[in-house]
Design a protein around this ligand. Structure first.
Ligand SMILES: Cc1cc2nc3c(=O)[nH]c(=O)nc-3n(C[C@H](O)[C@H](O)[C@H](O)COP(=O)(O)O)c2cc1C
Length: 137
């Protein structure tokens, strides 16, 4: 079992409809490929975890990083894991758009990562929402 976590910058002008389209194809493809994960966005950046069989996760990432709806994808972590951290969904999504008070995105993501066992992974996703709050202000 392999897990990749990356961060990227959303294309300027990206809309909720663009994100909805990403989620529709992600959920279908990831269910087919046995990939689970979490995608969050503050409207400026994306942070995503992908996990599953190594070859399938790498193939998915390779497709995703070339997607024109974002750019400058950087892998934060790529590692073998003993079992899934984000096992209960194909692709959960937390937040989109400029969150001025920060509270909404933070609460959604905190709920979504509550069952992630690895504290570093949990902290990475929760921490993203705290940075998002500062830069969106
Ligand atoms: C931020 C972001 C995250 C994405 N995450 C996934 C994903 O988890 N799985 C996936 O198959 N495609 C994902 N995509 C979409 C892919 O880049 C690509 O458009 C899609 O896989 C094409 O599949 P389709 O031809 O079946 O629609 C993502 C795109 C973006 C911009």
């Amino acid at each position: 079992m392999h897990q990749i976590i990356y961060i990227s910058t959303a294309r300027p002008g990206i809309t909720q409809a663009d994100v909805d389209a990403v989620l529709t194809s992600s959920r279908a493809n990831n269910a087919r490929d046995g990939i689970t994960g979490l995608l969050i966005s503050d409207g400026t950046r994306f942070l995503q975890a992908l996990e599953g069989q190594r070859k399938l996760v790498e193939t998915a990432y390779d497709r995703i990083r070339r997607d024109a709806r974002h750019r400058a994808a950087v892998i934060l972590s790529s590692k073998d894991i003993s079992d899934r951290q984000f096992g209960s969904w194909d692709m959960a999504f937390g937040g989109f758009g400029k969150i001025r008070d920060g509270g909404a995105l933070r609460d959604v993501v905190d709920r979504l990562v509550a069952e992630v066992r690895d504290p570093n992974t949990r902290a990475l996703f929760s921490g993203f929402t705290r940075i998002a709050r500062k830069t969106a202000a």
